[in-house]
Design a protein around this ligand. Structure first.
Ligand SMILES: *Cc1c(COP(=O)(O)O)cnc(C)c1O
Length: 372
């Protein structure tokens, strides 16, 4: 047996706390109250956490409506949760995906007249076709019916009937900033447009939209990031959210960098004094942004070892990251875990010039997922 014991592995681990995830979902549910239904956005493999496990956990917490981006994602979620839930596909119908829509009973979000025509043709002659959602663009100018196409759809009742629409939705561009006037403008446009169609359940709020208040909740909200432990708004104090994930990297080597010695690719870090460092087994292949590399000796981002924040030093490489462990009381042992992200997810994101969403979805597939 090796001197490190049989359980040592150089493979990083993503720890995912499904209980915390459910608590986050339930907190949002409490926040919107019993008159509003609460779906979950589980696109992009549930923001990198594993659509299968996450969807099942949320289903267990009572969630019955799920949003994914593509039909392939929908198929996976359907396999995880069974037939008694609704799955909407945000990117809408496309010819090559139609068998997935019908095979997994997925509801397309119809974003344009072109998509309406695709779906109209797809369901013609089908006995009980899946319902669909209608996405009206109210100013994000991404997906969704633009003004001129919406006018045509309003006038074309025959087409609307064939689509079997059961939800009218829109999406907010600036919800993270409660002071933005754009929110009210989009809300107003959404109400005005929806009023021109027969009455249907409405939905405009993602996580940040939920925090904008009751007027934004309508019949359905669609949070994602807040379920996964991310901060959704520019006012984190008002968000009740628990961390859900940590990226754990094993300490592979501990050494002293002598004053004047440099470290890592391009020698971007040079020790100004003798510095204890740990080399840990996770890098940008696992989702630690290269942009969290240190510049001229001050770590931009951190990992936590022995409950202390240890600055990242040198350039993050594909499989390895170096930490300054000068402040630790004990020399770490090989196989000890350094924790990345965790409760610091949002700070780490801003230090690395990105958003916490990106840190989650970029968690690499190499790390073993450990659900608890
Ligand atoms: C991703 C997404 C959501 C969830 O957004 P969060 O900011 O993660 O809460 C809701 N609606 C749509 C249309 C989305 O694309």
């Amino acid at each position: 047996m090796s001197i490190l014991g049989p359980n040592f592995s150089s493979r990083p681990v993503v720890r995912i706390d499904l209980k915390a995830l459910k608590r986050n979902y339930n907190n949002l549910k409490t926040l919107v109250g019993s008159k509003t239904n609460i779906a979950a956005a589980v696109k992009a493999d549930a923001y990198g956490l594993g659509a299968d496990k996450v969807s099942r956990a949320l289903y267990g917490a009572g969630c019955r409506i799920f949003f994914v981006a593509t039909a392939g994602e929908g198929k996976e979620v359907r396999a995880a949760i069974g037939d008694r839930a609704t799955i909407y596909v945000l990117n809408g119908p496309a010819p090559r995906d139609l068998t997935l829509f019908f095979g997994s009973q997925l509801r397309p979000v119809i974003n344009s007249l072109t998509q309406a025509r695709i779906w109209e043709e797809a369901v013609s002659g089908v006995k009980e076709p899946p319902y669909s959602a209608l996405h009206i663009d109210t100013g994000i100018n991404r997906l969704g019916f633009p003004e001129n196409e919406f006018e045509k759809l309003v006038k074309n009742e025959a087409l609307r009937k064939k689509l079997h629409i059961d939800l009218v939705m829109s999406h907010l561009a600036c919800a993270e900033d409660e002071t933005s006037a754009y929110n009210k403008a989009q809300l107003g446009a959404f109400k005005a447009k929806a009023a021109r169609l027969p009455m249907l359940p409405m939905s405009i709020a993602n996580t940040a939209g939920i925090y904008l208040g009751k007027e934004y909740h309508f019949q359905l909200v669609r949070p994602g990031i807040g379920i996964y432990g991310g901060i959704a708004t520019t006012n984190p104090k008002k968000e009740k959210v628990e961390p859900v994930i940590s990226l754990m990297a094993p300490v592979l080597q501990v050494k002293v960098l002598k004053a004047g010695q440099s470290l890592g690719y391009n020698s971007t870090f040079t020790a100004t004094k003798d510095t204890s460092i740990a080399i840990v087994g996770a890098g940008y292949a696992d989702g630690i942004p290269v942009a969290s590399s240190s510049g001229k000796g001050t770590g931009l981002s951190h990992a936590t070892l022995q409950s202390k924040r240890c600055p990242v030093i040198g350039r993050v490489s594909m499989d390895l990251t170096a930490l300054d462990i000068s402040d630790l009381k004990k020399r770490p042992r090989i196989g000890d875990w350094a924790e990345f992200f965790g409760p610091n997810l949002s700070d780490d994101a801003s230090e690395a010039n990105t958003i916490n969403y990106e840190l989650l979805v970029r968690l690499g597939s190499r790390a073993r997922r450990e659900y608890r």
